[in-house]
Design a protein around this ligand. Structure first.
Ligand SMILES: *Cc1c(COP(=O)(O)O)cnc(C)c1O
Ligand SMILES: [Zn+2]
Length: 434
């Protein structure tokens, strides 16, 4: 098996060595992806191998990413891998959420069960393995969110130094707390996100730091395992739809690549359609899809949403993601802050819970069934991207009627659940509970 980095720009398609430290195509600036030539083992043989590995105590086999390593064979030597037993996330039925979304049945694939609480772990274990293979000692990302939490954990476990760059005064405390706990050196820069990204690129080159931002092609390879594991858990029966939130669109790119590859290799016999859901105030990809991809992609200068994990105005992976939406006959939808908040409470009522960005999936499904795009009896999997405890401030505010959308618009706590103050009096409490 031969692995290389390939430029995805149709007019270019240049190949580069898999050990070159590249984030964009040096010829045209296009996005790069891992590309393989050579023959894969037959699908039935690999399915058997994946199943057998569930009985194994070997760390790599216990990982819900590396169990499927034959499907992203970019490493020359698996001794570079550090695993925290990422993946292995459950498929959960949510009947209350299904009814709310206008479906007979709905299954959630819950990536919030990952070691650091988000799907970023699926990709980060691969990005960090590549960093070790390249003999890098420091890794960096620009992020206040789940990427920094995940990178910090994997770098720490691998004995690398994690560096996190973030805009000064623009911090998400829950997620930053994880990064600090895992020992990341955290630098707050007096600049905006794009300026910091440019700065880190200069520093990365000068100081030999490996960048693990969202355009890193090896993170995308790892995120393919979300779909691969999902199909394994469904005995390789592809659903009609896979619905996910869209921010930087790395996950959309990874899901589409995984589905195309699984289909081409004979693991699944049909392509599910992708449903990508954006928050109304951060929906450049939705807007682009409404124009059927005609004209230039228009970034949003000031993206707004309380779902901070998808508050992205200029998504780096949009060219890949647009290709995947088209190939899968997918759709892009947008939802309001109120719709996200209510959908999130409904997912909570299933005993499942998730972070705000994840709940955009159910809000989007509700819209798409109402429009007749998704049939009520369709077989749908929604991917919950992050853990309920990532953003407890949002939850408390919603349930106590204090949640405000950007611009000060009050969110109606339709499914609010206020704590009740009671006197120390059994009669009064019994009366209240009867
Ligand atoms: C990163 C993230 C997203 C957005 O994923 P993209 O690949 O950037 O589109 C959504 N939800 C959560 C919880 C995330 O951490
Ligand atoms: Zn190119």
């Amino acid at each position: 098996m031969q692995a290389s980095l390939r430029c995805i720009a149709q007019s270019c398609g240049a190949h580069f060595g898999i050990e070159e430290v590249l984030y964009n195509c040096p010829k045209c600036g296009g996005l790069l992806e891992a590309s393989y030539s050579g023959s894969f083992a037959p699908a039935n043989e690999l399915k058997r191998t994946f199943l057998d590995r569930r009985l194994s105590n070997a760390p790599l086999d216990q990982s819900g990413v590396w169990r499927y390593r034959e499907l992203f064979p970019f490493l020359d030597d698996v001794s570079h891998v550090v695993t925290l037993r990422e993946g292995n996330t459950p498929m959960l039925d949510g009947p209350i959420a299904a009814a709310y979304g206008g479906l007979d049945r709905l299954t959630f694939k819950h990536q919030g069960f990952n070691p650091t609480g988000s799907f970023k772990d699926n990709g980060m274990t691969c990005g960090v393995a590549q960093a070790r293979r390249l003999k890098m000692t420091r890794v960096a990302c620009v992020s206040t969110g789940n990427t920094s939490a995940s990178m910090a954990a994997y770098a720490a476990a691998a004995g690398l130094e994690p560096l996190i760059f973030l805009p000064h005064g623009n911090i998400s405390f829950g997620k930053l707390a994880q990064a600090l706990e895992y020992g990341a050196r955290t630098l707050q820069v007096e600049a905006n996100f794009d300026e910091i990204l440019a700065l880190v690129r200069v520093l990365a080159e000068r100081l030999g730091i490996y960048m693990l931002n969202s355009m890193n092609p090896f993170r995308i390879e790892g995120q393919k395992s979300i779909v691969i594991e999902m199909m394994d858990q469904r005995d390789w029966r592809a659903p009609d739809w896979i619905v996910l939130p869209g921010g930087n669109l790395g996950n959309t790119s990874a899901f589409g690549k995984a589905l195309r590859e699984l289909h081409a290799l004979g693991f699944i016999d049909k392509m599910p359609r992708l449903g990508v859901i954006q928050a109304e105030g951060s929906a450049p990809f939705y807007e682009f899809s409404q124009r059927h991809g005609e004209g230039a992609f228009r970034a949003i200068a000031k993206p707004e949403t309380l779902a901070t994990a998808i508050r992205i105005g200029d998504p780096v992976s949009w060219p890949k993601a647009w290709h995947e939406v088209q190939v899968s006959n997918g759709v892009v939808e947008k939802v309001t802050e109120q719709e996200i908040a209510d959908a999130k409470a409904q997912i909570g009522r299933c005993g499942i819970g998730c972070e705000p960005a994840s709940a955009a999936t159910l809000a989007g499904i509700r819209r798409l069934t109402a429009a007749g795009t998704i049939a009520h009896d369709a077989d749908v999997v929604a991917v919950l991207t992050g853990n309920v405890l990532k953003d407890t401030d949002y939850i408390y505010r919603y349930h106590t009627g204090q949640l405000e959308a950007p611009g000060g618009v009050k969110i109606d706590s339709k499914f609010g659940n206020q704590p009740i103050v009671v006197p120390n009096d059994p009669d009064r409490i019994a009366e209240l509970l009867s």
